[in-house]
Design a protein around this ligand. Structure first.
Ligand code: C2O
Ligand code: CU
Length: 480
């Protein structure tokens, strides 16, 4: 090659490089504009979803001057789980469930916990949007309350509905022994049912002598769907009967307080629809028959009582039939109270949320830890977790993927959320939740607009899974 031929070759090469660089810069510029536009679109979509959320639920009523003060004494006690048999339990105020707490919306409640147990404990107010410091999660929102010590919880529930309280310390033992109860917030503007009652369902593993099997949190419980027992109670009894007259209209609030068992109640010949899920009203009436209630879940059922007879409420989630309780109808027919059940007609659909990027994904799985099975979220077992940060008032999308062969009812403290999709298909359940059940292999996207700031637990409500590490933390930060 001559020198001039070499120089012209270099020039050609330089020109090619220059052209290449120019093309690259144009591509980079275009990509930047496109990315910008798409993240702009994402922001617009989030803002739109927040505006659809509107005031689906919000700050609640102006707190009234009233404060109800209740003492809850946690202590060893005796209950008749089986008729005529004394079973040693741990109870609030000597009964399982503990006292059925009720207060009107806008009222403040102060609960004085007196821990007379031989172990530390705390109380969590499941589903109630309490100030973070009142949430009852040991090591996160408070120190455990030592035996012989007291702790007071005070809050003004901002939402009316069916909630419950339970120990949040070593739940696989403390819930199983009986430390739970219902907490209903009534809305004085709602219509009056003939009867408005709570049914707290629990599942017990009893020994031959009718005592609670003292072998808690076994490897088998952890490896399976938690502890499933052999005795199912409604309000602490295997023989619960609700006495009604033909024509009555009943608001039946069902709470699943079991460690692990899932229910699908069958109402048979009864005219029953769900009007609220996990406390909050649904957009429309939903079929109550077979509605799946995982540990932590609640449903409010609007029930119209037919002609005299005995109507058993059974469960058939597993395919085996369990009789839960009986509705006995007798006496004269009364005029059925005629009103439209309170529903949330403006509940957002959030269909567009399917197009949104996922902010946080959690893959749920099990692994062999050092000395025990560990249940993990993204291969981390609590307390070895990173907090997921959300800004209050903005829309967040979380993906839950069940990589395991077992059930996981995932419960988020402090916020309600809505299921956006299941296995990539858009879903509008027509209600918010605080607990969603994942079957093996499920991929569920949930959306929420967090309102309440603080560090909130997010965990599986199967107590043995949670105690084996299946819990993480979500930080809701003030916008600013
Ligand atoms: Cu009902 Cu963190 O629990
Ligand atoms: Cu689980």
């Amino acid at each position: 090659m001559t020198f001039s031929a070499f120089r012209s070759a270099v020039r050609v090469q330089r020109r090619r490089i220059a052209v290449g660089v120019a093309v690259l810069m144009i591509l980079v510029g275009a990509a930047a504009i496109w990315l910008n536009r798409s993240s702009g679109a994402d922001d617009d979509l989030r803002a739109e979803l927040v505006s659809q959320f509107g005031d689906s639920y919000g700050p609640g009523l102006q707190a009234s001057e009233e404060t109800t003060v209740i003492e809850l004494r946690a202590s060893p006690s005796v209950a008749q789980v089986l008729p005529g048999v004394d079973t040693d339990v741990w109870a609030f105020n000597g009964s399982v469930p503990g006292p059925a707490l009720r207060l009107p919306l806008g009222e403040t409640i102060r609960i004085e916990l007196d821990n007379q147990l031989p172990v530390p404990t705390t109380i969590h107010w499941h589903g109630i949007r309490v100030p973070n410091a009142m949430d009852g999660v040991p090591g996160v929102t408070q120190d455990p309350v030592a035996p012989g010590s007291r702790n007071s919880y005070e809050f003004t529930p901002p939402d009316a509905g069916t909630f419950w309280y339970h120990s949040h310390t070593n739940g696989s033992e403390q819930l199983e022994r009986g430390l739970y109860g219902s907490l209903v917030v009534t809305d004085p503007s709602e219509p009056t049912w003939s009867q408005d009652i709570e049914w707290v369902i629990d599942d017990w593993l009893l020994t031959d002598t009718g005592q609670i099997d003292p072998d808690f949190n076994t490897a088998a419980d952890v490896e399976h769907n938690g502890r499933w027992g052999d005795t199912i109670t409604v309000n602490g009894s295997t023989e619960t009967v609700l006495s009604t007259q033909p024509g009555e209209r009943i608001r039946l609030r069902i709470i699943n307080a079991s460690n692990g068992r899932i229910f699908a109640p069958r109402f048979g010949a009864l005219d029953a629809s769900v009007i609220a899920v996990d406390g909050l009203p649904s957009r429309r009436r939903l079929p109550a028959d077979g509605f799946v209630i995982a540990p932590g879940n609640r449903i409010d059922v609007d029930l119209t009582i037919p002609q005299p007879g005995n109507y058993p409420l059974v469960d058939d989630f597993t395919g085996d039939i369990y009789e839960l309780a009986t509705i006995n109808v007798a006496g004269d027919r009364i005029t059925t109270p005629d009103f439209t059940a309170p529903l949330a007609s403006d509940l957002p659909v959030w269909a567009e949320a399917i197009d949104l990027d996922v902010d946080q994904e959690y893959r749920l799985n099990i692994r062999r830890g050092q000395s025990r099975w560990e249940w993990t979220m993204n291969d981390r077992a609590y307390p070895d977790v990173d907090k997921f940060e959300i800004e209050a008032g903005s829309f967040a999308k979380i993906r839950l993927v069940n990589d395991s062969q077992l059930f996981h009812p995932m419960h988020l403290h402090g916020q309600f959320f809505k299921v956006i999709s299941r296995d990539g298909q858009p879903v509008d359940e027509g209600h918010f939740r605080d607990t969603v059940l994942l079957f093996p292999g499920d991929e569920i996207d949930i959306g929420l607009v967090a309102l309440d700031t603080g560090t909130w637990a997010f965990h599986c409500h199967i107590q043995e899974h949670a105690d084996a590490g299946m819990m993480t933390l979500v930080d809701v930060n003030d916008r600013s």
